[in-house]
Each structure stands twice: as structure tokens, then as C-alpha cells.
Design a binder for this molecule. Structure first.
Ligand code: ZN
Length: 382
């Protein structure tokens, strides 16, 4: 049977009283065999406790949904922790939101802070697991000059200890950015290894190693405290560009969620990320939009407008993962961000089922998912 996990209460909603969130969760558990609840990170204790108590009654494990490499509150973290782009400036967050502004996992103070957050989750005493979100480098798709990093002093020092000259790698990237051909080479390298030896390939490997090592350490700490570990991963075809390598990552988790979002125009959504490159190539290099789109589809080998995306991306994950893989389903409509009809959803669910994932993660988030959609999932998957 397909395992079911649900993301719940990313933030507080005005009508979300302790009683109301319990009822919402109970209804979901009556509709579907829910194995775990991934609970938002910045909630009043009374809401956390209400959800913990109901999850316990329903026999579902409670995970803290934790943004690992970004702020876990509305407050910004210190500027000096931020990741640094090829232009030597701090990489801005999506809409400058603190929870979407990444810090560098190689900054010692940030590492201490990560450990403190995990320790707090363990000591909270209500969780049986932790779900690491924002476990990656910033996505570079919006602007490779500004968003592709990290070249901070801590990364430079760590790379040097491993025989890699990040100053050289940065200069190589800057040279590529000088013209459209270089920019396209850079984009191709974000999806598939360079055929010849280059500082770019070494840099991409360094980025992936940093994320894998960070997750291994955080996971070890969480597990020593008795928590299971789930990971929030980009769609497999997009993982390399944010430094996620599923083979090593899957050795540090109990399961991995894949954000195969074929209709989402927001961070991690496949069309959003791919169109980012298209806009950037048009804006900076004058590449016509249609040509850009064709180039990016060829480079990424992903075309979310065609059927087969779920099957292709899940198969890719299964060849690389030692842990069970769960498909993330974006089930909430948002104007201009996630638009779909009931027919689209039906087609996606059938494609998702034929991909034979180990589980599903229903997102985002349960509070906003119409009950009829949960019933549809139950009809197809259980
Ligand atoms: Zn860094």
C-alpha cells in the first residue's frame, strides 16, 4: 500500500484554533491511512500540542517540518551567514523572505545554530521525526550571476583543504557569463556532468558534497535523539543544480520526498525553475523566449507540459535512492502559482500511481486542501 504523509500548518491561520486543527487532522486520518504528519515550524505551543495529541490518537508519527538552511521564524538571520554568489554579493532570498533566504552550511556559527535547532526539536518531546526542508543551495535559475554559489570565505577555506581553488572556479564562472554560449554551457552543466575536466565540474561536486555532509551530520544528531528523518528534495532532474545528490542523501534519511510539481510557478515548481533560465537568457543575452525554452528543455530533459513527468522523475529517483521515495503532491490552488482543474488532478494522480512511488506527501498544506481531493486520493491509492 502507498504510504501517506501530510504537511500541516506551515503557518498559523486565523480560524485555526486547537479544536479546529484537531478536527481537520481527524477528518484526514478518517479518509486516508496517514502514516505521518509534518507540522509547521513557527506555531503557538497550544496548536503544536493539539496536533501532537490528535496525531497520537490516530497512530500517526509527528515530524517537525524544519527549514534547515533558512530562518525558522519571520526574523532574518545574520547577514554574514548568507551564501555568496559569483558576483561576490550575498544571494538574495525569494521575495527577500527570511524563510527563503539561505545561509551557508559551512559557516561555523550557522552550523552551531542548526545543531541548536535540532536539539530543541528533540527536547520538545512531542516529535517522533524531523523533516528537513530548505536542505540545499539557493536555486540559481533566476540569475546565474547573482544566485549561483557559494563563494564565501568559509567555502573557499574548506574547498582549499580539499585541493579545490574556489577563486579559480569563480573566475571560470564569471568568464562563462560573458556571453550566451558560456551561459548555456553553464546551464547544461547544472543538469549533466561536463564531458571534459573543468573547475566548474569540481565546484558542482563540492556543492553536492557540502549538502550531503551537512545532512549526514544533522541526521545523525536527530537520530541519536530518537527522531526519524525525512528529506525535502527537488524533482530528481533538478537536484544537481541545487547541490542535492540523492545517492548519498538517501543514506541519511528514512524516506525522501520528491517535489515533482509539474504545474507550480513557485520555488521548486518545475515550470517555475525552468522558466527562470528562459527569462534570464532573454533578459541578459537577448535569446528569444521560444529558443530559450527549447534549449532549456533539451538541457534539462524535462518538459512538464508533456505527460510522463511523474514516471520519468520517479524512475530517476529510484535508480539513485537507497531510501523509500515519496512523491510530493501540490494539492492547493493558488492564483498564478498553482492552477489546476479536477481533470488535471485526476490525470496527475493516475500518472503518479503508475510511477509506483513508495509513498505520497500531501502538500501544501492540509489546512487548505479541499476534503474532496483527499477522497479522490483515497479512491485511487487505497
Ligand atoms: Zn559558503
Amino acid at each position: 500500500m502507498t504510504r501517506i504523509s501530510i504537511q500541516f500548518l506551515e503557518s498559523t491561520y486565523p480560524e485555526a484554533s486547537p479544536q479546529a486543527v484537531r478536527e481537520c487532522l481527524r477528518r484526514a486520518c478518517q479518509t486516508l491511512p496517514v502514516e505521518s504528519i509534518l507540522l509547521g515550524w513557527d506555531l503557538p505551543p497550544a496548536l503544536e500540542e493539539a496536533v501532537a495529541s490528535e496525531a497520537n490518537q490516530q497512530g500517526a508519527a509527528l515530524y517537525r517540518w524544519h527549514p534547515l538552511l533558512a530562518s525558522d521564524s519571520g526574523a532574518a538571520l545574520p547577514d554574514e551567514w548568507k551564501t555568496i554568489g559569483a558576483n561576490q554579493r550575498a544571494i538574495p532570498g525569494f521575495h527577500n523572505l527570511p524563510e527563503f533566504t539561505f545561509f551557508c552550511p559551512n559557516h561555523p556559527a550557522a552550523q552551531e545554530w542548526m545543531n541548536t535547532c535540532i536539539e530543541k526539536a528533540i527536547r520538545r518531546g512531542i516529535y517522533q521525526g524531523i523533516f528537513f526542508d530548505r536542505m540545499r543551495w539557493p536555486s540559481p535559475t533566476e540569475d546565474l550571476g547573482e544566485h549561483f554559489g557559494c563563494f564565501c570565505p568559509h567555502c573557499r577555506a574548506l574547498a582549499a583543504r580539499n585541493g579545490l581553488d574556489l577563486a579559480l572556479a569563480r573566475r571560470f564562472v564569471v568568464r562563462l557569463l560573458a556571453d550566451a554560449a558560456g551561459a548555456q554551457r553553464l546551464i547544461r552543466a547544472l543538469f549533466a556532468p561536463e564531458t571534459e575536466e573543468s573547475p566548474l565540474e569540481d565546484f558542482l561536486q563540492f556543492r553536492a558534497d557540502c549538502i550531503s555532509r551537512t545532512i549526514a551530520a544533522c541526521s545523525e544528531q536527530a537520530r541519536a535523539g530518537g527522531l526519524a528523518v525525512g528529506l525535502d528534495c527537488f524533482s530528481p532532474g533538478l537536484m544537481r543544480m541545487v547541490g542535492q545528490d540523492l545517492a548519498p542523501l538517501s543514506q541519511s534519511c528514512d524516506w525522501a520526498k520528491l517535489m515533482i510539481y509539474p504545474r507550480t510557478f513557485g520555488p521548486a515548481g518545475i515550470p517555475y525553475e525552468l522558466h527562470g533560465f528562459v527569462h534570464w537568457l532573454e533578459k541578459h543575452y537577448g535569446l528569444p523566449k521560444d529558443d530559450g525554452l527549447q534549449f532549456v528543455r533539451l538541457a534539462s530533459q524535462i518538459d512538464p507540459t508533456q505527460p510522463g513527468t511523474f514516471e520519468q522523475e520517479t524512475a530517476l529517483a529510484k535508480t539513485g535512492s537507497e531510501a523509500p521515495v515519496f512523491i510530493g503532491l501540490a494539492l492547493v490552488e493558488m492564483e498564478n502559482v498553482n492552477s489546476f482543474s479536477d481533470e488535471h488532478l485526476q490525470a496527475d494522480l493516475i500518472a503518479c500511481k503508475s510511477s509506483q512511488p513508495d509513498g505520497l506527501v500531501l502538500s501544501w498544506d492540509l489546512w487548505l486542501i479541499p476534503p474532496r481531493r483527499l477522497e479522490r486520493i483515497a479512491q485511487i491509492f487505497t
